[in-house]
Design a protein around this ligand. Structure first.
Ligand code: SME
Length: 163
């Protein structure tokens, strides 16, 4: 049984080095994309502080559909280009939103969310989903969090079979 080890590092570089190491260990020996996404959502939610939601949306027939997550129940379908998630998928660029209430088109799944980080998941130059993190704190996510989550997303893609 894998247990998420608490990471207390104040230095984000050390924090994400340790989290990446745990992630590689957690996903080792398993290539199922849903199982790996479920474990990754749980590891992130239980180690990264000040989150109220962590999970996946996967692109199905041009729409993002809810995948494994931790947190409150969430919107199931998000059209490409809609909200922060749809924007990340369409632009293929990470979206780091300091104040979701000021983001035009933000989709409020949990009214507690104040800031959001969404990383597109890419394979062979094609987007196939997003990794979405929400925080109840405004401006929770910094450039180091973006870099750290982009690194974790790449570990997930490399460790998992295509959906
Ligand atoms: N806020 C997101 C929707 C997903 S939930 O945060 C889980 C958005 O605007 O795309």
């Amino acid at each position: 049984m894998f247990h998420a080890a608490p990471i207390s590092a104040a230095d984000p570089k050390i924090f994400f080095d340790e989290l990446a190491q745990q992630m590689v260990g957690l996903l080792a020996g398993e290539r199922d994309p849903i199982a790996n996404a479920a474990n990754m959502a749980a590891l992130i939610f239980n180690t990264v502080p000040r989150l109220n939601w962590a999970g996946f949306y996967f692109l199905r027939g041009g729409t993002l559909v809810l995948g494994p997550f931790q947190g409150q129940p969430a919107c199931v379908r998000i059209a490409l280009g809609k909200g922060v998630c749809g924007g990340a998928a369409e632009s293929r660029k990470t979206q780091r939103v300091e104040d979701v209430n000021a983001f035009p088109g933000h989709i409020a799944c949990d009214s507690a969310s104040r800031s959001e980080l969404v990383v597109p998941l890419m394979r062979d130059a094609m987007v196939f989903g997003v990794l979405d993190l929400d925080s109840p704190e405004p401006a929770r996510f910094e450039a180091a969090d973006q870099a750290g989550m982009e690194r974790l997303a790449a570990i997930y893609v490399a460790a998992s079979d295509p959906l």
